[in-house]
Design a protein around this ligand. Structure first.
Ligand code: ZN
Length: 372
């Protein structure tokens, strides 16, 4: 795991200015033109990559939140597709070192904000009936002081003097095989082609601010573990007029001690005595709607499934349609009997006077009770 802060020799709370100064100092020290030590070039590239990540508020925020994984997969959610221009930023950067023809300056036009992921765990019954949750979210918002321009009030960005607005610089390298031209992002404007002479103090010229925001999220009934809710425009703010990203809330549902769930069906076990199984009964059972009465028909077999209709989970998006609650009968056969109980049962089995106790014949016991 690369620690870009350590590579630049700055603390995790370093501001944009400190990061920039550390990068410039190290880049001068390890530049392959000046430093001929073996490993200097690798170190130079390492410093460059660290600065690429930390100088950009979007990628810096992602690195702070998810580490390196956030940079590769994109916001910790690999299935979100395009993560707002991060890939093309790196392509430009690496092709610059590879000596290939680099593209135009990066980060110039509007840039869309990143999508963000938030994991939220809710209770079993909250998933069934829906709930409103307040969450805390850290995201980038457009700087209120400079309205995102990055420049102090009354000033604006000017064309970069180093690269004349091209965003990249060329460097000729002479080797025994000939002269090569390498293209690299302009170190002064970081490839934007523009510099801000008088940066906004509130955001240090980034045009973005990290903000912790409280957000109320309305979770509909019928959601389950793995349900993903999209909250539009609550991701990171865009830059230079780019639209903000979205927030994706990934839901997890806590297990219930007694109830399980399969889609819209709720499942639970129904412990009953052998007498209730044989004779039938009406008992109170626990459902997501509270206590309900359930009828056990006489002759209920172990493993039989009894159903309460409409006491299951509402269909997501159609709360009127609800699934069922299914109870699986678990018949308890006692291992200890009181003297009286034993006497009555033996009488029933017709074995009360016999000395050699053979196991009672099944059809004899039940046949006698239900008349065949
Ligand atoms: Zn600002």
């Amino acid at each position: 795991m690369a620690d870009y802060y350590a590579q630049l020799g700055v603390g995790r709370d370093a501001d944009a200015d400190t990061i920039k100064r550390a990068y410039r100092r190290l880049a001068r020290q390890y530049h392959p033109d000046v430093n001929k030590d073996p490993g200097a070039e690798d170190r130079f590239k390492e410093i460059g990559r660290a600065y690429e990540v930390l100088s950009d508020p979007q990628t810096k925020a992602r690195f702070d939140q998810f580490g390196e994984a956030g940079l590769g997969g994109g916001g910790g959610a690999p299935d979100m597709g395009d993560m707002g221009g991060f890939a093309d930023l790196f392509e430009t950067f690496f092709s610059g070192f590879g000596g290939a023809a680099a593209g135009g300056p990066r980060r110039r036009g509007p840039r869309q904000g990143d999508d963000l992921r938030l994991d939220l765990t809710i209770d079993f019954s909250e998933a069934v009936f829906g709930v409103e949750k307040e969450v805390q979210l850290r995201h980038l918002e457009t700087c209120g002081t400079c309205s995102g321009s990055g420049a102090k009030a009354g000033s604006g960005p000017t064309t970069c003097g180093t690269c004349s607005g091209a965003g990249q610089v060329r460097r000729a390298t002479r080797t025994p095989f000939g002269s090569f031209t390498q293209v690299a992002p302009c170190p002064t404007c970081e490839g934007t082609g523009q510099t801000i002479a008088d940066p906004c103090i509130a955001c240090q010229g980034q045009g973005l601010q990290q903000v912790t925001k409280k957000l109320r999220i309305n979770i509909p009934g019928g959601v389950d573990t793995g349900t993903r809710l999209r909250v539009a425009n609550e991701g990171n703010a865009g830059q230079r007029g780019g639209s903000p990203g979205d927030l994706y809330v990934f839901l997890g549902v806590r297990a219930h001690p007694e109830l399980r769930r399969e889609g819209t069906t709720i499942l639970s076990e129904l412990p009953i005595s052998y007498l209730q199984a044989i004779l039938g009964d009406t008992i109170e059972v626990e459902t997501v709607d509270g206590k309900e009465s359930l009828e056990i028909p006489p002759g209920t077999q172990p493993g039989a499934v009894l159903t309460l209709k409409g006491k299951g989970v509402p269909r997501l998006g159609n709360p009127v349609a609800r699934g069922n609650h299914q109870f699986t009968a678990k018949v308890h056969v006692p291992t200890r009997l009181s003297g009286e109980e034993r006497q009555l049962l033996e009488q029933l089995a017709g074995h009360h006077s016999r000395k050699d106790q053979k196991p009672p014949h099944k059809s004899g016991l039940f046949g006698g009770l239900f008349g065949g």
